[in-house]
Ligand binder design. Structure first.
Ligand code: AMP
Length: 284
């Protein structure tokens, strides 16, 4: 596996692959790989001749009071894990080459970015779409794989790709969970032993909601949100950022539960660790 650190070099290599007719698959990440990331890489490996994984802790998508400085990072560790999957290129640019001093462009998607994480993390999605647009132009992929863990992000990227005519297929990949149900996340490394029960309240809340829907198809959206919220806040270490039931395509709040309804949630544990999770409520 080759490690590349500059836009010029990755673009040149990607151009060479393309001129040979090779299919390029991209997996954008912020590193500190876990099984969730690795599953996206395996998915890309199945479909691509050349798999490129980007590793960039993107300052533009972090708010001033967020965890940019403490975000876990270990390039050697991640290189070993990516190499085991059979990744061809690991692209790990430095902040300065991604955002040189005179950088002045922002990619902004209207609408889908206004609620949920967009509301509690102002500017977050502008950072995401700007960096992903740059990564697309640098790595020239035919397709890119994103996790459904970041449900809103996936919807926003799909919108950007459609609006800006990127000739790139966007593939969504299901959430990978610990045996306990906890959605895997690089931020889980922040959790102390005495915070694990609170962290599990997200996936437990999702299971509760699914069971309630299964047993009572007529249950209202409001009742569901109330029951899940009660459950989550029974842990005193949990502060709800949002718990909502939204349409999987538009992200608009659902009036009633249907096959298109997704429960989405963000919860802060001990005021320090913001975790997100989501699930479709009715399995097809
Ligand atoms: P991150 O490094 O957290 O920015 O995530 C990089 C990519 O991995 C994003 O597309 C995420 O949605 C995806 N991802 C993160 N955690 C998981 C997970 N538990 N299961 C599936 N995909 C994930």
């Amino acid at each position: 596996m080759k490690v590349v650190t500059t836009p010029a070099e990755i673009q040149m290599l990607a151009g060479q692959y393309r001129s040979k007719g090779l299919i390029i698959g991209l997996v954008p990440t912020m590193g500190w790989f876990h099984e969730g990331h690795l599953s996206l890489m395996r998915e890309a490996r199945k479909k691509a001749d050349k798999v490129i994984v980007s590793l960039f802790v993107n300052p533009m998508q972090f708010g001033p009071a967020e965890d940019l400085d403490s975000y876990p990072y270990d390039l050697d560790r991640d290189c070993k894990l990516a190499e085991e999957i059979g990744v061809d290129l690991l692209y790990a640019p430095a902040k300065g080459v991604m955002y040189p001093q005179k950088f002045a462009t922002t990619v902004h998607v209207e609408g889908l970015t206004s609620g949920l994480c967009g509301e509690s993390r102002p500017g977050h999605f502008d950072g995401v779409t700007t960096v992903v647009a740059k990564l697309f132009n640098q790595t020239l992929p035919h397709f890119a794989v994103f996790g459904e863990k970041d449900f809103q992000q996936l919807a926003v990227i799909r919108q950007m790709v459609a609006d800006l005519d990127f000739p790139i297929e966007i593939i969504g990949h299901p959430i990978v969970r610990e045996d306990s149900g906890l959605a895997m996340s690089s931020r889980n490394t922040y959790l102390k032993d005495n915070e694990m029960a609170a962290a599990h309240s997200l996936s437990k809340g999702i299971e509760l909601a699914k069971t309630l829907v299964k047993n009572n198809r007529g249950i209202s959206v409001q009742q569901l949100i109330e029951r899940v919220s009660e459950d989550v806040t029974s842990h005193r270490k949990c502060d709800i950022d949002y718990i909502e039931i939204v349409d999987k395509n538009t992200l608009d709040p659902c009036k009633q539960v249907s096959v298109d309804s997704v429960l989405v949630m963000a919860v802060k544990i001990n005021g320090r660790i913001r975790l997100i999770d989501n699930s479709i409520l009715i399995a097809c």
